[in-house]
Design a protein around this ligand. Structure first.
Ligand SMILES: Nc1ncnc2c1ncn2[C@@H]1O[C@H](COP(=O)(O)OP(=O)(O)O)[C@@H](O)[C@H]1O
Ligand SMILES: [Mg+2]
Length: 391
């Protein structure tokens, strides 16, 4: 793990109300920053910074539902005038509170109880932003888009597992669930859908990295998820231009974007695919699925997207004694598709259990080998290393 190597020591000021919060900040931070603490600001009181060198990050403990606290925070943000990043620590805030925090320019929320992974992610983002060129806006991240040849082939399962594998290698990963009608990434990662990707796409405010981090639900493995909305949303309620803005903002903030797309081809599918470094097409070894995949591959060519590396993965393939059970063989599928299948993922109990319990497969019994295959897949997108081909 090289996670801490990317962190320059950051000067952090914690404005906390309780000794517990101060202690939690200190132990979560470890040695990745220099923390000074100031205790005991009260509601409605002007929050002042202790004399001395200005910190790069101020973390304020407050009650986001208190108008007085929010007014104090607003004054603090105005006083700092962008000279230091401001984050807030509180128990999980409501969507309304998140929106108010976004408007104040707060870079992130550190949920209580404070977790080391959350605090360190905020630090990394602050370090990266302070070192980044203003007005860059380039899609610095690698982007992998998931297409599926049929419903239920396992695209979301593979997307979430690949996201966890990449996060385990210290890549900052944002999983964007654009399957806005049947998206199940939040369910699979066991994360709340308090704010959805649609809220961001509908927002008329300029989108930036801190807004994304505020809206994202963070999984313990380090993945930030922008979930699909809970109520069914029409596919055409999204505009391609908004999707592009979202990808640009996320691309400047994270190292890897993984996008789960709807099964239907939408007005904005092409926008996502055109911005991708790799398209991962998940199939099953069945006639309908291979037929569906053929049509997708033809559409990619018609849309002028055939220059983007396409990685075909056959999922839920019967293994061992049941290897003959697949309706068509790998070779037959490859012939029909006119291209190789890069990897075969077996139908596997441990993967199913992981997908149903919100865990990276490496954390469930018998899942280590599969976790390595997802890491290899992430490596292909990030570094162009080969995808494991052996079943
Ligand atoms: N390789 C696999 N082995 C066993 N179960 C799997 C595998 N891949 C996916 N599943 C299960 O199949 C179901 C559908 O997967 P999902 O990822 O939601 O499909 P999709 O996103 O393509 O519609 C889920 O319950 C998931 O746990
Ligand atoms: Mg899905």
């Amino acid at each position: 793990m090289t996670r801490s190597k990317t962190l320059a020591p950051l000067r952090i000021l914690g404005l906390v109300r309780s000794r517990e919060a101060g202690d939690a900040l200190r132990s979560a931070l470890g040695d990745v920053g220099e923390l000074s603490l100031s205790h005991g600001h009260r509601a409605g009181e002007r929050i002042t910074l202790p004399a001395g060198k200005l910190p790069q990050l101020v973390i304020v403990e407050l009650d986001v539902d208190s108008a007085e606290d929010m007014a104090g925070l607003e004054r603090l943000a105005a006083d700092l005038n962008g000279q230091a990043a401001v984050a807030v620590t509180c128990p999980r805030p409501s969507v309304d509170a998140l929106r108010r925090l976004m408007r104040l320019g707060i870079v992130d929320v550190l949920p209580q109880p404070i977790a080391a992974a959350d605090l360190q992610a905020i630090c990394r983002a602050v370090v990266r932003r302070s070192g980044s060129q203003p007005g860059g806006g380039r899609l610095a991240a690698k982007v992998a888009a998931f297409l599926k040849a049929g419903g239920g082939v396992g695209a979301t399962t593979l997307a979430t597992q690949m996201a966890c594998a990449a996060a385990a290698e210290a890549t900052e990963v944002c999983l964007i669930d654009l399957d806005i009608q049947f998206g199940s990434a939040a369910l699979q990662l066991d994360l709340p859908q308090q704010s959805s990707v649609l809220d961001l796409l509908a927002s008329t405010e300029p989108m930036d990295g801190s807004m994304l981090r505020l809206a994202a639900a963070r999984h313990a493995c380090g993945v930030d998820l922008l979930p699909a909305p809970t109520p069914l949303a029409p596919l055409e309620s999204i505009e391609a231009a908004a999707v592009l803005r979202l990808l640009e903002a996320a691309g400047a903030e994270y190292g890897l974007l993984i996008v789960d797309l709807p099964q239907a081809w939408t007005g904005w599918t092409r926008t996502v695919l055109a911005a991708s470094d790799a398209i991962i097409l998940v199939i099953e070894l069945s006639l309908p699925s291979v037929h569906h995949a053929r049509r997708q591959i033809l559409t990619l060519a018609e849309e002028g997207l055939d220059h983007i590396p396409l990685i075909v993965i056959a999922n839920r393939v019967a293994k061992g004694l049941f290897a003959q059970a697949s309706p068509i063989s790998r070779a037959e599928a490859e012939q029909a598709l006119g291209r190789p299948i890069a990897a075969v993922i077996p139908g596997d109990e441990s993967l199913l259990r992981a997908a149903l319990t919100g865990k990276p497969v490496g954390q469930v019994a018998g899942g280590k080998a599969l976790a390595r295959r997802f890491a290899a897949l992430a490596g292909t997108v990030l570094r162009g290393s080969p995808v494991e081909a052996k079943p």
